[in-house]
Structures are given as C-alpha cells and as structure tokens.
Ligand binder design. Structure first.
Ligand code: ZN
Length: 413
C-alpha cells in the first residue's frame, strides 16, 4: 500500500453507473465498502485494455477513501483455465511457470501505473479447496446437475453444470435475451453445444479430470478442476460477503461471467443481489478492433515501459477517456499525455500559483460523478494554464494540487 496523502476539504458522495439497473447509484452502502474486481487470466502480458480496467477501479478506491470510507478490495487471478493450458501447450512451457511469470509482470505493470494493490489477490488454484464445498451444496440444493463425461480419465466421471432455468433472476445483470446471450456465450468460454446439458446456457461448475490436464481433489465431485464463474462467486462470498458494493470488470465480462457468478453467489447465499453496482470498463481497441489476445492486436504496458514511456503518461492516456466508453488507442494519445504531464510538472514546480481549492473541488466533483476522469483532467489543465500564463500568489497551491493529483488521480509528478 503506497503512502496516500491527505487532501484538504471534503468529498461528495461517489456515484457510479450500475450496468444492471442503468441508474447512477451510490458506490458505497455504508462506511466500509467492498469492491470485487475480476482479475487476469495470466497467459499473456498486460495490455492497455486490462490496464484501463484496473486503473478505473483504482480510481474508484481512491475517491471512496477520500470520501471517508474504508475500502476492502479483492481481486482474483484465473490461474487455471482453458486458454492458459492451451497457451502453455502451444509454447511448450509448464502452465504454472507461464502463470507465475505473467502474474509477476502484471504486478510490475500495476505498480508502475501507481495502482494500489488489492487487499487480497487470490489465485483460483490456491482457492480450489474452498470451491468444492459450495459446488457440492449447489448440487445438493438442486441448483446444479451432473453430465456424463465419457472422455474423462476415469470411467463414470461427471461434469457439473449450473441450471440457469432454476434461477428466476437469471438475466438481471446483462438484460440480454436468450439469443443475445447465445451470441457471446461460446466466444467467452461457454459450451452451448455440450451434449447432455439441460439448457445451452448452463455454465460449467466442475470439470472432471481429462488426460493431460491438471487435477485437484473435488470431494464427492471427483477429481478435476473448477469452472470460471464459480471461482469469483466463491472468492467474493468468502472474502467479502455478498452483496458486495461494487463488482467490476470489463464490458466483455457482463455476460456470461458476471451474470453467472452473480447467479451462483445468489444461489449459495440466498441474497437477492450479488452487487450494489456492476461497473464496467469499456473496451480499448487498436486499428478499429477490440484489443484482445485472440486477435493479437495488443499494446502491452510492459513494452511501452521498456521503450522508456513514463508510466504516468500511460495512466494519463487511460484517465483521458471515460471508463464507460469504448475507444481506439493511437500513438498520438501518448504524445498528448506526455505533453500534458510536462505542462502539469512545469506548472506545479513554481513557487506558487492560483488558489487550488476550487480545482480540487472540481476534481472531486467530476470523479464522484461516475468517475468522470476526463472532466477531472480538464480542471487540472485549467489551473496549470493559469499558473503558467498569469502565475499566482498562493505559495501553498502547487503542494495542495500535487497532493490531490497523487491521492485522487494516482498521478505522481
Ligand atoms: Zn470474475
């Protein structure tokens, strides 16, 4: 946890746009705020799309702390999943070594971008023993059912699926109709055509061991490995309790991942909702397409860092776009961000400047309004422009604003 300076003045209530209701809602339900953000699958390095997500939720944590809340932030790592195993096999490396290497690089990238680490950062693998009991409970309570797995390594082995038809609230996060769900289900890890499922959208909870795949003790489920969505449901239940205040991730997680984890967690807890707000980061594209590992059109944070780009300029590129918008990355955005950073540094290095109280209020108001970071940056630009063109006679102003940039925006000059 880095040192976060105190900023004078007071902060307004933070509101965020909840994907499930479409409304602006308070991000905090009480003094203690719980934040669950879906982490990476560590088979490739952090690209700007990931960085945008984790900077957005870092911003949320910062403004909530500034408004007097205690923030408890949990993030998972999907360190066992089909894409990781496929990549390890393709590259001829052990999947554990691949995951370890990419997790280390991700953490370095996050540190460079001044992202405050989560309070708990939990791998799926280390948490598997805590998933088995809940899956057994879902089976016992009639939420889940077994499907024969004839290609498993043991005769009579079973896979387990969540029965979405049992859940009257299924669809309450994404509001997609069945056709809309099916459209993205397969490309985002689902198996709509698996024989023996009751509904094409039913999600895998536990996969029986197959030859050549890693396996863990699954108690009465038999040896195997967990499905993706149940991991987040269980980790959130165990480490935060539900409903969490905010469930975060990219818009590509709305369905099926967040819909399914929410369904699993509601079924396990009896809670009517999984999160007070579902907050989603828009997709970052390159050359007109969504940046993704499968398309190979990635701008990696680690590559930019190696090229000598100031991580704070990378952070400013991300903050200059509203988190809810999709946007296309272009190199000139980095040039603009570096210029902005240089201007701010110059303005803040003076012996004084215009009184900064209103600017700090404007930053807080913008961020409290669904994390409107572009508007917050505009407020800093106005102050810097005044300071450089007309100066100012408040000797404390650069210090106050510098602390606000550090504490609220995570921009260290
Ligand atoms: Zn998740």
């Amino acid at each position: 946890m880095p040192f976060i300076p105190q900023v004078p003045g007071s902060a307004p209530e933070v509101r965020v746009r909840d994907t499930a209701s479409g409304e602006l809602v308070p991000a905090a339900s009480g003094d203690d705020v719980t934040l669950y953000v879906c982490g990476i699958t560590p088979y490739d390095a952090t690209h700007l799309g990931h960085a945008a997500t984790y900077v957005t939720f870092d911003l949320l944590g910062r403004v909530l702390r500034d408004s007097g809340h205690t923030v408890r932030y949990v993030q998972n790592i999907t360190d066992i999943d089909d894409p990781l195993l496929e990549r390890a096999e393709r590259d001829g490396v052990d999947w554990r070594d691949l995951a370890t290497r990419e997790i280390a690089l991700f953490r370095e990238d996050m540190t460079a971008l001044a992202v405050i680490p989560p309070d708990e950062y939990l791998g799926a693998v280390e948490s598997i023993p805590t998933f088995v009991g809940p899956i057994e409970k879902l089976v016992a309570d009639g939420w889940a059912y077994a499907v024969a797995a004839p290609d498993a390594s043991r005769d009579g082995a079973l896979d387990y699926y969540f029965d979405v038809a049992k859940d009257p609230r299924f669809g309450s996060v994404s509001h997609l109709d069945e056709a809309g769900m099916l459209e993205v289900f397969e490309e985002r890890g689902g198996d709509p055509d698996r024989a023996g499922k009751r509904n094409r959208l039913d999600a895998l909870l536990w996969r029986a061991h197959r030859e050549g795949e890693p396996e863990w003790d699954g108690g009465s489920l038999g040896s195997g490995r967990p499905g993706w969505h149940i991991e987040c449901a269980c980790i959130a239940l165990d480490h935060l309790g539900v409903p969490v205040d905010v469930q975060g991730g990219g818009t590509d997680l709305i369905f099926p991942h967040h819909e399914m984890s929410a369904a699993h967690a509601r079924a396990l807890s009896g809670s009517t909702s999984f999160a007070g707000a579902f907050v989603h980061q828009g997709m970052v594209g390159l050359d007109g397409e969504k940046m993704s590992k499968s398309k190979g059109n990635l701008v990696l944070v680690s590559t930019l860092r190696r090229e000598g780009v100031d991580p704070m300029a990378i952070r400013l590129v991300l903050l200059a776009r509203h988190h809810s918008h999709d946007w296309i990355y272009q190199d000139d955005q980095l040039v603009e961000a570096q210029q902005r950073l240089d201007t701010w540094r110059k303005a803040l290095s003076g012996n004084g400047g215009p009184v900064a109280d209103q600017t700090v209020d404007d930053i807080r108001a913008a961020l409290a309004d669904d994390l409107d970071s572009p508007r917050a940056l505009d407020a800093v630009d106005r102050w810097a422009s005044q300071a450089l063109s007309r100066g100012g006679d408040d000797p404390g102003a650069p210090g106050v604003l510098g602390r606000a940039l550090d504490a609220l925006l995570g921009v260290r000059l």
